[in-house]
Design a protein around this ligand. Structure first.
Ligand SMILES: Cc1cc2nc3c(=O)[nH]c(=O)nc-3n(C[C@H](O)[C@H](O)[C@H](O)COP(=O)(O)O)c2cc1C
Length: 191
């Protein structure tokens, strides 16, 4: 079957893309807003370069067609912290996708403990085993799209001691996204 995306509704194209291009871990992005820490999940998230170390996150418009709080804060302050979460947090990840009024903190509303990792960066989710402390590197407007494509440079990698060894091998149990489902226990194999 060969499918022309132009013949489909946008929601169906999203369905095909998010069910086909996986696994993608969820970027649980914290940014700093007017009144506190904003926290929201993003699955259109992928590494794009090691030098400079960069990831891409694609943020759609909010319900009114304006910027989502995450994009607004990143464009305003230039900083973001990406927490990688495991399945213990699935319910909270989903909860923090709720669109709250600008300045209202999802972390506060859902009692998610946040911890400062380094000065100048938004706090990470406290019990996340890994987090990326990032600065805005480049914003790209994608032709024909309303998405805000943000390239974020990783200024520091945070790891809980138990998930990294002295040779920089990292073992994480990230939760991912496949369509509307979550993906856990991704299997590793050596070939
Ligand atoms: C698992 C998951 C993944 C999501 N991925 C994205 C995404 O990649 N891009 C996007 O614009 N919204 C995504 N969303 C929706 C945002 O999280 C949602 O619009 C949120 O309200 C944005 O919050 P903010 O306005 O505080 O930035 C996702 C939601 C969930 C639950």
């Amino acid at each position: 079957m060969l499918i022309d995306p132009q013949s489909l509704e946008v929601t169906t194209v999203y369905k095909l893309m998010s069910n086909t291009i996986f696994p993608r871990p969820i970027a649980w992005i914290s940014t700093e807003g007017e009144k506190g820490v904003n926290l929201a999940p993003f699955s259109y998230f992928i590494p794009v370069s090691s030098e400079p170390p960069c990831v891409m996150v694609s943020i759609g418009p909010n319900e009114e067609g304006g910027l989502k709080d995450t994009a607004k804060n990143i464009l305003l302050h230039g900083k973001a912290t990406i927490s990688l979460a495991d399945d213990r947090k699935a319910g909270l990840i989903e909860a923090t996708a709720e669109a709250l009024a600008y300045g209202e903190s999802e972390a506060q509303k859902y009692g998610i403990a946040m911890t400062k990792t380094a000065d100048g960066y938004p706090p990470r989710v406290d019990d996340a085993k890994a987090a990326l402390l990032c600065s805005l590197h480049q914003e790209v407007s994608l032709i024909g799209s309303e998405q805000n494509i943000l390239f974020l440079k990783i200024d520091a990698f945070y790891y809980a001691d138990e998930v990294i060894d002295e040779r920089y091998n990292v073992k994480l149990e990230n939760i991912g996204r496949v369509g509307r489902d979550y993906l856990v226990d991704a299997k590793r194999m050596k070939v």
